[in-house]
Design a protein around this ligand. Structure first.
Ligand SMILES: *Cc1c(COP(=O)(O)O)cnc(C)c1O
Length: 367
């Protein structure tokens, strides 16, 4: 059965941001501070399904105080980037993977699944309309934020019967203000991000709400970021803030990048997945395993774990330079970005920015 195509109603903005003002924002956009001229909205109602798809001027929403999302948090999101290509065209990175993960997040939160084609079409439409907002320099990009939330009004606890899917876009330079400088991390023993059977695999705001107090604790400890451990034993590393983690292991002349395996409590990152493939292409070994903090500390001490980095769409690849917990503290390698980290970062970014070939057909070109 094929999904009926949804037609988008086009309502272009009568008052787009002036070109000079837009160029000023694009000079140093930061992350998530400026938004483009338009947004996409698609409604879902029980019995009727997806309908009323629109491209319209970016504007605030009016929310009823009894909106169910405000009370019970039925909301999910995605994050992907559009990059300017050398020929001036624009391409997004693996939007189909984001679309499928959005469906899995929806299932976990008892929300309706948006067809993959509609997700991609909504992103394409927004990028095409606001293409002047796609930065053209360095590693800057247009960050797309698709999301969906319950719009039904009422305080009864059950899956809502009405939802709104939206896409907004924001020009982005670096996610971390200090660029690719290594971050320091705090191993959180007190707080956990997600437990088995919970929502750890879903991209939902609730996981972020749960993380903020631990992030504040990390900051109190003088660290930039929190590293989550497994909920049951508090021994195995899972993620760093909103990014997946990799260790670089050197033994017997081979270099292997090792990442925590997907146990259901961590977010299956698309950057994480892409790096497994890129690393193989570059001749590195790859492994998905359970990694304990003791193993990490011991491997660091005996020199077999030489580098550690975090990865995700927003910040791409960020080296980890220093680790601290209630019991121990160590510097990763010499504390500077390592060669494998740097090589993987450049390899991924050069596919995304169209500087190198795209053997896995990850780039989705907008025509
Ligand atoms: C989004 C996210 C990631 C990274 O996923 P990407 O698809 O690589 O951007 C990792 N961890 C968490 C908690 C996330 O929300």
């Amino acid at each position: 059965m094929t999904t009926p195509r949804i037609d988008f109603d086009l309502k272009p903005s009568a008052q787009p941001v002036a070109a000079t003002e837009r160029e000023a924002m694009l000079a140093d956009p930061g992350f998530g501070r400026h938004f483009t001229d338009h947004m996409v909205t698609v409604k879902w109602t029980e019995g009727r399904g997806w309908h009323d798809a629109q491209l319209q001027p970016y504007a605030p929403l009016q929310i009823d105080p009894a909106n169910m999302t405000l009370h019970y948090s039925q909301t999910i999101f995605e994050g992907l980037k559009a990059y300017r290509q050398p020929d001036g065209s624009v391409a997004t990175f693996r939007p189909d993977a984001n679309a499928r993960r959005f469906q899995r997040s929806a299932r976990r939160l008892a929300m309706p699944e948006l067809p993959v084609e509609t997700f991609i079409e909504a992103c394409d439409l927004l990028v095409k309309t606001d293409r002047d907002w796609v930065p053209g320099k360095d590693e800057h990009s247009l960050y797309l934020r698709p999301f969906m939330f319950a719009t039904e009004v009422g305080l009864g606890v059950r899956p809502a019967n009405e939802y709104l899917f939206m896409v907004i876009a924001s020009p982005a330079s670096g996610y971390f203000p200090r660029g690719v400088k290594p971050v320091s991390v705090w191993l959180s023993q007190e707080y956990v991000r997600a437990a088995p059977g919970g929502m750890g695999e879903a991209k939902t705001g609730g996981n972020y709400a749960a993380s903020l107090v631990a992030q504040a604790e990390a900051a109190d400890q003088g660290c930039d970021q929190v590293v989550w451990l497994d909920a049951l034993e508090r021994r195995y590393i899972e993620e760093m803030g909103g990014m997946n983690l990799y260790l670089v292991r050197n033994s017997g002349g081979t270099t292997t990048i090792v990442t925590p395996k997907l146990t259901g409590t961590l977010l299956p990152g698309i950057t994480r997945d892409s790096l497994l493939t890129i690393a193989e292409d570059l001749g590195y070994g790859t492994e998905e395993a359970r990694i304990s903090t003791d193993e990490w500390q011991a491997g660091n001490a005996d020199g077999s774990i030489t580098e550690v980095f975090a990865c995700g769409t927003a910040a791409v690849i960020t080296p980890v330079g220093h680790v601290k917990s209630a019991r121990a503290e160590w510097t990763v390698g010499d504390g500077r970005p390592g060669p494998v980290t740097t090589r993987l970062r450049e390899a991924l970014l050069s596919v995304q920015t169209g500087q190198s070939p795209d053997p896995h057909a990850w780039m989705h070109r907008l025509t």
